[in-house]
Write a protein that binds this ligand. Structure first.
Ligand SMILES: Nc1ncnc2c1ncn2[C@@H]1O[C@H](COP(=O)(O)OP(=O)(O)O)[C@@H](O)[C@H]1O
Ligand SMILES: [Mg+2]
Length: 393
């Protein structure tokens, strides 16, 4: 394997790890990673990334750790020539991933758009890990995100002692990504106030970040790009200016297209999360997972899976992410207080909590759905009883 990189201006842990090409990903993080509650993608999947890098003989864009093809394989899963299995991270249309990866190799930035829980953050993290070997150059967008979070700030002790200098400057993750030719991530871009968002325009169009205090600038090195995520529901909060939107290629992440696809996603993620929490595996839990997913989809879509009965939708979001957390909690209940097998009683409370966000309106919606749909369904008697029990309580 070869890495087309030089030493970079602003060092980071990942940059060090990447210096020694061949051993880069495989090496020493293992023990630390075992202790960390939630390792970064590049650490959690270091073995897969190393195997991909070793067997990837396609051309890599400047400073990319992998070719676009290998990045897509990392996200979608596959089997390498030597038999190494790459687990799927994103379950969804292949084309979406191909367009996203290709965008990162152009001079346009990538905007992942979708309703909550459609894996925008997840995909962004894995893309950054696979492309740059570092998913940590991250700006979390909020209404309070200041310009400094995107440009740079100052270490005031140094600033006062020695005046403005490169030493006193605190680079933002975006500035570091520019200097290193890496991927910067901006979460929830549309929550950031419009004038702060506009800081990105120069960065993305000129690929330059001026530092007027020093009469200097940082010019982005090849390999630099930005992945932003934005929530469909936030539309209108701080809508992107058209000038900024032009700098992005937008990729919309859809909700899973079928019950099967969603059950597959939930099972995989629950298994991964369960492993990190030392929960027992759930070979027998798939019936319960299917029920949780079915209930969430029906309430979300406002119609039953067979298309026969209209139901009302509750106020909260019932995404794949909520299903994952309901099942994970259920599994923990089953592990600690049951016999380790996931049963209706282990998920009923979680479902109620996810569905009934507004105690008055949502409770009515939920009760109607329980009586009209769940109660009548073949083979769902235990599930109905468990739900009734927690709802009445
Ligand atoms: N299509 C999918 N493929 C794989 N995982 C998914 C998918 N949809 C949702 N998830 C899971 O849902 C969880 C929440 O996703 P997240 O990235 O936080 O959502 P968002 O940022 O869109 O609100 C993640 O753990 C992710 O693994
Ligand atoms: Mg997110």
């Amino acid at each position: 394997m070869t890495v087309s990189g030089q030493t970079t201006a602003v060092p980071t842990p990942a940059a060090h790890a990447g210096e020694q090409a061949g051993q880069a990903w495989a090496a020493p993080v293992a023990e630390q990673t075992a202790q960390v509650l939630r390792p970064h993608a590049e650490d959690a999947f270091a073995d897969e990334l190393a195997a991909l890098a070793a067997q990837d003989d396609r051309p890599r864009p400047p400073r990319w750790k992998l070719s676009p093809w290998a990045v897509a394989t990392y996200l979608l899963g596959g089997t390498l020539p030597d038999g190494t299995v790459i687990t799927p991270k994103y379950v969804g249309p292949r084309r979406i991933v191909e367009v996203a990866v290709t965008t990162l190799a152009t001079d346009r930035a990538l905007l992942l758009l979708g309703v909550p829980g459609t894996a925008k953050t997840w995909v962004s993290e894995h893309l950054a890990a696979a492309v740059s070997g570092d998913s940590t150059l991250l700006v979390q967008g909020t209404a309070g995100t200041p310009e400094e979070a995107i440009r740079y700030g100052w270490n005031y002790a140094r600033l006062l002692a020695h005046g403005p200098s490169r030493d006193a400057l605190v680079p933002s993750p975006v500035m570091r990504a520019m200097a290193e030719g890496a991927t910067a991530r901006i979460e929830e871009l549309t929550r950031i106030p419009a004038d702060v968002q506009d800081t990105l325009i120069t960065i993305l169009s000129e690929k330059t970040l001026p530092i007027p205090e020093l009469g200097q600038e940082v010019q982005a090195v090849r390999g630099f790009n930005v992945i932003a995520t934005a929530n469909d529901r936030d539309r209108g909060v701080n809508d992107l200016s058209s000038a900024l939107r032009r700098r992005f290629n937008t990729v919309v992440l859809p909700l899973p297209e079928s019950v099967e696809a969603e059950v597959d996603i939930v099972s995989r993620r629950v298994e991964q999360i369960g492993r990190s929490l030392d929960l027992p595996p759930v070979p027998d839990g798939v019936d319960e997972i299917r029920r949780v997913v079915t209930v969430f989809r029906e309430l979300r879509d406002g119609i039953t899976a067979d298309g026969r009965t209209r139901v009302k939708s509750p106020s909260g979001t019932l995404s794949t992410a909520e299903a994952i957390s309901v099942v994970t909690n259920g599994l923990a209940l089953a592990a600690h207080f049951g016999d380790g097998v996931l049963r209706p009683g282990d998920v009923a409370g979680g479902i109620l909590g996810a569905v009934v966000r507004d105690p008055a309106a949502d409770r009515v919606v939920w009760q109607e759905y329980l009586e009209a749909v769940v109660r009548e369904r073949d083979g769902w008697t235990d599930f109905y009883r468990a739900c009734r029990e927690v709802t009445a309580a």
